[in-house]
Design a protein around this ligand. Structure first.
Ligand SMILES: [Zn+2]
Length: 492
């Protein structure tokens, strides 16, 4: 059985800030010229509808050969010597465009006409966008995409055969316009996954940025709704590095997939360096210390701090690697979304006189942002889409009951959590992880807004990208529903 291929668009921003003024002007000139050409083609089509259009209403089609006969001269080609002059000579009007480019503009114009016919909209010039990008097909080798890992400006460059040709000594000079792209690992994964069919260069007036849209054809991964949907909620902590709980959109927790992520080697390393620092600081406090010795101790302290920083980084990497491995293994069994609680403004609540100095110190040292960034980055290297790993606001998740939603709760000693309303008893961090996962499900199934914000990156993701959740109700009725709650599921 052959699976059908899918067309996807990958959008990459052009780093215009590093382009020279001349190149920026060229970019504007090319797109402006293309827009004028497409508009011109459309005008010719509207003007000669009786002659060019065939087919019934609703399925009208432009005859491209007849359109060419009206617009493009073929003086070079001797077989068409009988048609040296045409009525609307676009070649004379746009002398710096090549034949291939004009044909691409023609294809764009016919496509616009067809879509207008399908929408039954009256073809007026007002409905057209100000700038229409030309689709440049990969078949004619109009552009090149190259990867330059050693380049300091950009890793990925797209070279467009710039056809505002310069004429020197009666020979056409094809210049290539090289554009640096801002590509993330996700882009790279997507570009490698499929085959580039075409490319569009366009300007977004809202963002005031230039973008390249790659149109890719690829055979999709074996996605199937037979995989049960699930949400992995992760509550990041300081002493216990994280707690994860797997939740189905129905609200049942999978007892086999509760994980407490602690890091003993990190604790040991940190303790060691802390002891060494305090020792050195005691030496430094001695008033009888000589100048030379003091200089030496200060240098040693500096080195220690540097070592501590690298230790922090390294342990973060190993710990996130473990998490990623676990998430990827879960991703094979479930249609998985990962939510991480983002401790927004936690540092603001930790000021002098409010909390114990030790907790204040540890909260300010806590590098949750780097952990989430690393998690996102490493998952994107494995082809995870951005909306599948989200950082959402975690306020109130630690003090809300994950079973009944009551705020009347107590934490007698730090690790246990008790609900006064329903008497639910469980680990406090686990309760937080459950609430975080539940929050995403609530965002999707009982939406207040049309998109979900990622707290780390500030990006918004439309609800339509979380398609699996609404499908669930149908899915539950099928036979596979037993997969949702393997073992003893605690209903909440
Ligand atoms: Zn409760």
């Amino acid at each position: 059985m052959t699976r059908s291929r899918v067309r996807t668009t990958v959008k990459a921003r052009i780093k215009t800030e590093v382009l020279t003024a001349r190149k920026q002007r060229r970019l504007e000139q090319i797109t402006g010229r293309d827009t004028r050409t497409i508009h011109h083609f459309l005008k010719v089509i509207y003007h000669n509808e009786d002659h060019l259009i065939s087919g019934k209403s609703g399925k009208k089609k432009v005859n491209k050969v007849k359109l060419d006969q009206l617009t493009l001269t073929t003086t070079k080609n001797t077989t068409h010597a009988s048609r040296p002059k045409v009525r609307h000579d676009l070649k004379r009007r746009f002398p710096r465009s090549s034949h291939d480019e004009l044909q691409e503009c023609r294809d764009n114009a016919t496509a616009i006409y067809h879509s207008q016919q399908a929408l039954n909209s009256s073809p007026t010039k007002k409905t057209l966008p100000k700038k229409i990008p030309r689709t440049q097909s990969a078949n004619k080798k109009r552009f090149v995409l190259t990867c330059t890992p050693s380049n300091s400006i950009a890793r990925w460059w797209v070279g467009i055969r710039d056809s505002l040709d310069t004429k020197k000594n009666n020979t056409r000079n094809h210049e290539k316009l090289w554009l640096p792209l801002a590509c993330s690992p996700y882009h790279e994964y997507k570009i490698h996954q499929g085959k580039i069919q075409a490319l569009e260069v366009l300007y977004s007036p809202k963002k005031k940025e230039w973008w390249v849209h790659f149109i890719l054809l690829h055979v999709p991964d074996k996605y199937s709704s037979s995989r049960p949907p699930a949400v992995l909620g992760i509550d990041l902590g300081i002493n216990k590095r994280a707690v994860s709980a797997l939740l189905t959109p129905k609200g049942t927790i999978n007892q086999h997939e509760i994980r407490f992520w602690s890091d003993k080697t990190r604790k040991k390393l940190l303790k060691e360096t802390e002891q060494k620092t305090s020792k050195l600081q005691k030496v430094l406090a001695k008033p009888s210390l000589s100048f030379g010795k003091r200089k030496q101790v200060v240098y040693q302290l500096k080195l220690l701090r540097k070592r501590q920083r690298t230790e922090h980084k390294l342990t973060d990497h190993t710990y996130v690697n473990k998490l990623v491995k676990y998430i990827l293994s879960l991703g094979k069994r479930y249609d998985l979304h990962v939510v991480v609680g983002f401790p927004h403004n936690i540092r603001k609540s930790q000021y002098r006189g409010n909390q114990k100095p030790s907790t204040r110190k540890s909260v300010h040292k806590w590098n949750y942002r780097r952990v989430i960034e690393l998690l996102k980055f490493k998952l994107s290297l494995n082809g995870w889409e951005e909306h599948r790993i989200l950082a959402i606001n975690e306020s109130w998740t630690s003090s809300t009951c994950s079973r009944c939603g009551s705020y009347l709760t107590t934490r007698h000693n730090q690790p246990t959590f008790t609900c006064q309303t329903c008497g639910y008893n469980l680990n406090a961090d686990l309760n937080g992880a459950k609430n975080i996962a539940k929050r995403l499900i609530k965002y999707v199934l009982q939406p207040k807004y049309t998109s979900i914000k990622d707290q780390l990156t500030g990006k918004y993701f439309p609800l339509s990208s979380f398609r699996v959740f609404p499908v669930l109700s149908q899915w539950l009725q099928t036979k596979q529903s037993h997969l949702l709650t393997p073992g003893a599921g605690v209903s909440t």
